[in-house]
Ligand binder design. Structure first.
Ligand SMILES: O=C(O)C[C@H]1NC(=O)NC1=O
Length: 246
């Protein structure tokens, strides 16, 4: 059995359930999805501050799993891909962020894609990730719905607001596909896709598909050498006792 650990970097357990359902919907046979909620940090991530405070707990989840029962892949299920590079240093299996995964899949579906996300203040971070992963040519635009992360589930208008924003993004950008800019939108992927008649990619599903494929290819990173090697042993002060490298 392949085990993929899907981590919600915020502390909202209800979002973890939604993320787990999206992951299990696409997991291939004999693939177990282990869904984990961050034990420490913000209830949602929609600022640089939130992202910084989500990383420590996220990393403790990975170091703990590596110590007890290493997974065959790790998915960081938050669109800012918080802590991704640090996670790669402590994981012995591939680690992917949902933005990274969604961009890669979207780039293979046409010439260009658009991103539709939550608050406009997160657009800059998404643009940074587009550049960092090398998709500046394929990403035609990044648009905000102005729905805060935790309101996605409670606002009855989310479905229609998101569908309208995705349809408008395709039209104005001339894109071939849409990337949803929040793990919390995962349950709306099919609805939006049917409404706008274009591929809509949720990074949770994209990440599970990629990690399952990498596991099937036997791709493990081990204790990588160079940039992503295990961090040198040192004293870390003030970390909660359950940290793996402390
Ligand atoms: O960046 C965002 O707005 C979305 C991001 N925040 C969060 O708590 N989970 C996410 O996927």
């Amino acid at each position: 059995t392949t085990r993929i650990c899907v981590i919600n970097p915020n502390t909202a357990a209800a979002m973890t359930e939604l993320i787990a359902a999206a992951a299990r919907a696409v997991a291939p046979p004999r693939t177990e999805i282990v869904a984990v909620t961050n034990p420490m940090g913000p209830e949602s991530i929609e600022s640089h501050y939130d992202e910084a405070l989500a990383a420590p707990g996220l990393l403790s989840v990975i170091t703990e799993m590596e110590r007890t029962d290493p997974a065959d892949g790790y998915l960081i299920a938050c669109f800012g891909d918080p802590g991704l590079d640090a996670a790669r240093e402590v994981a012995t299996a591939p680690v992917i962020g949902i933005a990274e995964a969604a961009f890669h899949v979207a780039s293979m579906l046409g010439r260009g894609f658009s991103v539709v996300t939550t608050l406009s203040r997160t657009i800059g971070r998404a643009a940074d990730l587009v550049g960092h992963y090398g998709f500046s040519r394929q990403c035609r635009g990044i648009h905000a719905t102005e729905i805060p992360v935790l309101d996605l589930e409670t606002n009855p208008l989310t479905g229609s607001i998101l569908t309208d924003a995705c349809r408008e993004a395709l039209r104005t950008d001339g894109s071939d596909a849409i990337v949803l800019g929040c793990a919390g939108m995962a349950d709306l992927t099919a609805e939006v896709g049917h409404a706008i008649g274009a591929p809509v990619i949720d990074g949770v599903a994209a990440g599970v598909g990629l990690l399952a494929g990498m596991a099937a290819m036997g791709l493990r990173t081990g204790t990588a050498s160079g940039e992503f090697a295990t961090p040198r042993t040192k004293l870390y002060t003030g970390l909660p006792t359950n940290f793996g490298l402390g």
